[in-house]
Design a protein around this ligand. Structure first.
Ligand code: SAM
Ligand code: SF4
Length: 326
């Protein structure tokens, strides 16, 4: 079991498969973003070797993300091998859903359990504005395919002033009345590149909850108000699904953090919102033994910082969200 210097068990690895994306969401990256060449990314065998080492150290939950992970060649095979890695109990994917229509079934067959799909509005025009490039219909088809394939579904929405604050949150929350999905609202976080925009246009959990309450009635707390992962979860009266709020800024959850992030270029990010990183890719390519790499990972886990410093206006500027994967 891997523990950090604060006594937390760390057993959840988010793995970014690429920094590239087929959308350009306004809250995530600048429109003219440059991406790393393929040769700078971990290759499949390198990635799978590192995942195996994490699993040996007690990591049991893996979530693939990006950039857009469905752009990665061999995604289905990567998921199959990861799901069959001893010690791994759950494999998830966070995606914009654009390519999910044809990928959901093969991914499910390869061992994917759950999918988080980003969907910020049900209005076609506003969807285009917020993603700059996307078609809402593709994502809705992707979600339906995921449902048919039997994947557990969560919807991630990032509310942004001036883009999707026009009743969008209530319309998304309304989906939970008939669908057994968790619709989660993620408070926009400031990170490198566009932090000013992100801070100026954030919509807080309190504002959102008020809007949803007014439109759809009260949200009743689930799990006795305990966190589900990083989300505070509620249910509308009679709803099949739930509504979650992930509010790292106004309602931090660092005390229960159990995750690290392996970025596509082989960097291990110790906290989403801190610049602390350890390079695993270079030593791997320099031929370090499994034992030596494993020791480096264990030492890195130990160094995980307690939490972010947003309350002190300490913002991580070294990477955009699209490079880290959320
Ligand atoms: N492309 C995939 C997607 O959109 O789901 C995976 C990568 S994306 C970076 C992962 C998650 O981060 C998405 O749910 C996205 O909405 C969220 N995200 C991106 N920028 C964010 C920000 N500034 N604050 C909060 N969440 C953000
Ligand atoms: Fe791409 Fe996901 Fe970022 Fe949108 S949130 S630009 S889909 S990586």
């Amino acid at each position: 079991m891997a523990t950090d210097q604060h006594g937390r068990t760390i057993n959840y690895l988010r793995v970014s498969l690429t920094d590239a994306c087929n959308l350009r969401c306004v809250y995530c990256m600048p429109e003219h973003m440059t991406f790393r060449p393929g040769s700078a990314l971990l290759q499949d065998d390198e990635l799978l070797m590192l995942i195996g080492l994490f699993a040996e150290l007690g990591f049991e939950k893996i979530r693939f993300t990006g950039g857009e992970p469905t752009l990665r060649r061999n995604l289905v095979e990567l998921i199959r091998t990861t799901a069959n890695t001893p010690g791994i109990k759950s494999v998830g994917l966070t995606t914009n859903g654009i390519l999910l229509d044809y990928l959901a079934r093969p991914l499910r067959d390869a061992g994917l359990d759950r999918v988080n799909v980003s969907l910020d509005t049900l209005d076609e025009a506003r969807f285009r504005q917020i993603t700059r490039w996307g078609n809402l219909r593709d994502v809705l088809a992707g979600i339906e395919a995921a449902e048919r394939a039997g994947l557990r579904i969560k919807i991630n929405a990032v509310p942004v002033h001036g883009f999707n604050d026009n009743g969008d949150a209530a319309e998304l929350a309304r989906l939970t009345l008939d669908r057994n999905w968790q619709v989660r609202f993620i408070e926009m976080m400031p990170l490198g590149g566009i932090a000013q925009f992100q801070q100026a246009n954030v919509i807080t959990e309190a504002q959102l909850r008020q809007r949803i309450d007014t439109a759809l009635g009260p949200l009743a707390p689930e799990n006795n108000g305990q966190l589900d992962g990083e989300a505070r979860v509620y249910r509308l009266k009679g709803a099949k699904g739930t509504v979650g709020f992930i509010s790292p800024v106004s309602n931090p959850f660092c005390a229960g953090c159990n995750r690290l992030r392996l970025l596509a270029d082989g960097i291990l990010r110790l906290c989403l919102l801190r610049e602390n990183e350890v390079d695993l890719g270079k030593p791997l390519r320099a031929g370090w033994s499994r034992d030596r790499l494993s020791k480096l990972i264990r030492e890195s886990v130990h160094q995980k910082p307690w939490g972010h410093g947003l309350a002190d206006n300490s913002i991580a500027l070294n990477r955009a969200m699209s490079e880290i994967g959320g």
